[in-house]
Design a protein around this ligand. Structure first.
Ligand SMILES: NC(=O)c1ccc[n+]([C@@H]2O[C@H](COP(=O)([O-])OP(=O)(O)OC[C@H]3O[C@@H](n4cnc5c(N)ncnc54)[C@H](O)[C@@H]3O)[C@@H](O)[C@H]2O)c1
Length: 347
């Protein structure tokens, strides 16, 4: 059997290697470094091709493709969201992604993105929190203690300097898992019996639940002035977490309005309701938090540029390391037009 040429091989980061990379780097260092890449890309937002993600909905979930490109590289992520999955022992969200050269279209990287999505979502949330959360915020409520939960807690510790998380989930087993996983994090971790209890004294409220419906994780009377809400779980048509009245009292910050108006909390509002684009806040072209009593809301849905940043980060990070394999993925005939000859010679 002939060996594949260099042109045939694409660096591939398996789940095993992603975990090894995270453990060698440390989760908090990884979240900080990744947030740096995301911030760089938000600050050059106009350079990217942008489109709302392409979503294929079914009764139980959604499968999405999330593409974007700058002049040099193209990236996409395949990701699903199936809240019922955990009942059958499958994850709600799994993902993989590809980074390619714009110049010749050849893939430069194929990687798992289930772990990477949790990292990039948390890094984005905390990066946004560093612009919008009240100064000196130390306590975060975390409602929804599933797969994303601990990543969010660690990112807000590493990037925003929180020291306490107050956890609540309708399933106490999820909260117990998060308490266990955060035991050595240096955070004070407080399990709570209700959403109301979780938000007591919190300056940051993260909602991170999974339910394929208009849910009301936070009602209007639960949210006092001066907090920052990081709403992660409302990210599909018909899937939201906040009561509409909260939105009307908040200054709302979004990634990419054409996608967020379809998928985010703001699908509950009319299409002209004012929102601020985060890239403009990061470039100092729009105001972030203006006063300590204001409620700021990051209506997070997850945008392709965050995945592009994550792919770019991993591509840079694995260079010269053993944290990847070579995937024989691209046909490379001796004569580029003799594809069938290559197949025949392999017989
Ligand atoms: N915005 C983004 O960029 C982004 C990225 C990834 C995932 N998400 C979304 O974040 C959410 C969480 O993802 P995950 O992977 O952690 O899911 P998960 O299924 O692992 O965890 C969700 C948790 O929410 C809990 N929950 C459900 N309803 C609740 C309620 N009413 N009150 C309290 N807890 C409740 C469940 O018991 C579960 O433990 C999902 O909706 C997912 O689609 C968003």
């Amino acid at each position: 059997m002939t060996q594949p040429s260099d042109k045939a091989l694409v660096p591939f980061v398996s789940v095993d290697n992603m975990m090894a990379l995270v453990n060698a780097t440390g989760i908090e260092a990884m979240l900080r470094d990744l947030a740096g890449y995301i911030e760089e890309d938000f600050k050059r937002w106009p350079e990217f091709d942008k489109t709302p993600r392409v979503a294929s909905h079914s009764a139980d979930g959604v499968i999405e493709l999330m593409p974007t490109a700058d002049a040099d590289k193209y990236g996409f992520k395949y990701v699903n969201g199936h809240p019922k999955n955990i009942r059958d022992g499958f994850q709600t969200v799994t993902a993989f992604g590809v980074l390619s050269s714009v110049a010749n279209g050849y893939p430069l990287l194929v990687t798992e993105m289930t772990v990477l999505t949790a990292l990039r979502t948390a890094a984005t949330s905390a990066l946004v929190g560093s612009y919008l959360a009240p100064k000196g915020a130390k306590v975060m409520a975390m409602i929804g203690n599933g797969a994303q939960c601990e990543f969010q807690a660690l990112a807000f510790k590493a990037i925003c300097g929180i020291d306490t998380v107050r956890l609540y989930d309708i399933d106490p087993a999820a909260t117990e898992k998060a308490v266990r996983n955060l035991a050595k994090s240096g955070l004070t971790v407080i399990p709570c019996r209700s959403g109301e209890e979780a938000i007591e004294g919190a300056q940051i409220i993260t909602t991170c639940t999974a339910d394929k419906q208009y849910a009301t994780i936070l009602t209007d009377n639960m949210v006092g002035s001066g907090v920052h809400i990081n709403a992660i779980g409302g990210d599909c048509p018909g899937k939201t977490e906040l009561h509409r009245d909260i939105l009307l009292r908040s200054d709302i910050f979004v990634e990419y309005p054409p996608q967020t108006r379809i998928e985010g909390e703001i699908q509950q509002l009319d299409d002209t309701h004012p929102v601020t684009e985060l890239w403009q806040v990061m470039r100092n072209e729009a105001a972030g938090r203006r006063d300590p009593r204001q409620i700021t809301l990051f209506d997070s849905v997850g945008f392709a540029i965050e995945d592009f940043s994550a792919l770019r980060f991993i591509h840079d990070r694995i260079r010269g390391t053993a944290f990847f394999d070579h995937l024989d993925m691209l046909a490379d005939p001796d004569d580029p037009r003799d594809l069938v000859g290559m197949v025949n010679r392999a017989a």
